[in-house]
Write a protein that binds this ligand. Structure first.
Ligand code: HEC
Ligand code: HEC
Length: 289
């Protein structure tokens, strides 16, 4: 076969696949961008080292996530038929993300960030589902999770139709991204009852996390000048999010999902910073040691 014949065949092939799959491709790309970036699903669902989870690691199930209230294992969400979500449709994955309900009618338990994912747009939820189901199946069964107290019976009425805020509204779109990144699940302190007071303590930090990474305390990310990010410049916040380096040179430890946030677009980083700036400042000195 001559070079030109080969080239013609390749071009025809490229053209044919493009025509048929432009929509599927863009959902796949968007899904990959979200899951391996802001969504950082692998921070819970992938095997990991003490230094943290790495993007693009198969989501075949994560290490134990211990708290005083439960020891949870994020399950295998690769499309393996036996041990993963291989039998699920994209619609069923969307329902699991936003309604916290599985095809066999289980209600997903914490810390799966369902309350944050209820705000996920139809398009983004679908893109995430399509991407998960496109990944290679990996067989791995995680141990059963143990809960000491009551678990949610429901997250509310089924989510029907959600549209993302316009990207031109940086604070609103940044907040949307913040939900996809479940920042506030980690950065809001947990009371003695195991609950977070999102109305009064949003972003105040001080949640103690234990895991493969050791013991780490989350930071106050409200704009309080003394105890939060109030004195950091926008650039310093963006730099810390995407490189893990604080203005004082210290590196942020896992499970702050820096490896994932380093993959997001500069527009999205800018939106996240605008949103952080818009939070209510809360004075709360966190002992990070
Ligand atoms: C903070 C940890 C955490 C993060 C982040 C997280 N999950 Fe989960 N996820 C869990 C846990 C724990 C469960 C199991 C809940 C249970 O057993 O009831 C779960 C369950 C699921 C399930 C149901 C699987 C099954 O077989 O029942 C799906 C699907 C899922 N997660 C998808 C995702 C996706 C997609 C993302 C990222 C957008 C994500 N998760 C982010 C912790 C997490
Ligand atoms: C899985 C838990 C977790 C998630 C999710 C998370 N963080 Fe963090 N974050 C941490 C921890 C823990 C630290 C402190 C790490 C350390 O001190 O080494 C931290 C530190 C930070 C810091 C540095 C503040 C300082 O004073 O050092 C910023 C800024 C930050 N996070 C913002 C965010 C944003 C924005 C998101 C969402 C896109 C997010 N975090 C998601 C756990 C998390």
């Amino acid at each position: 076969m001559t070079y030109n014949q080969l080239r013609t065949i390749l071009l025809c092939f490229a053209f044919a696949t493009n025509v048929h799959s432009t929509f599927a491709d863009s959902a796949l790309e968007r899904g990959a961008y979200l899951v391996e970036g802001i969504g950082n699903c692998g921070n819970c669902h992938a095997p990991q080292e003490p230094s943290g989870a790495e993007p693009l690691t198969p989501l075949s199930g994560g290490p134990p996530l211990p708290t005083p209230f439960f020891t949870a294992y994020a399950p295998n969400i690769t499309p393996d038929k036996e041990t993963g979500i291989g039998g699920w449709t994209a619609e069923q994955v969307v329902t699991a993300l936003r309604d916290g309900r599985t095809p066999d009618n289980r209600v997903l338990r914490p810390p799966m960030p369902v309350p944050f994912y209820r705000e996920m747009s139809d398009d983004d939820a679908h893109a995430i589902a399509v991407y998960l189901l496109s990944r290679p199946p990996v067989a791995n069964k995680v141990p059963a999770s143990q809960y000491k107290g009551p678990v949610p019976a429901s997250y509310g009425p089924p989510v029907n139709h959600v549209v993302a805020p316009p990207r031109t509204d940086k604070v609103a779109y940044g907040g949307y991204l913040g939900n996809l990144g479940h920042c506030m699940l980690c950065h809001t302190p947990v009371g003695p009852d195991g609950q977070r007071d999102y109305a009064k303590r949003l972003g105040a930090g001080g949640f103690v996390m234990q895991g493969v990474f050791g013991r780490v305390v989350t930071a106050n990310i409200t704009p309080d000048p003394e105890t939060g990010l109030g004195q950091w410049t926008d650039e310093q916040i963006a730099h810390a999010l995407t490189t893990g380096e604080r203005p004082d040179g210290r590196r942020l430890a896992s499970p702050m999902p820096v490896a994932y946030l380093s993959r997001i677009s500069s527009d999205d980083v800018e939106a996240l910073v605008s949103w952080l700036r818009s939070l209510k400042p809360i004075r709360h000195q966190v002992d990070r040691q």
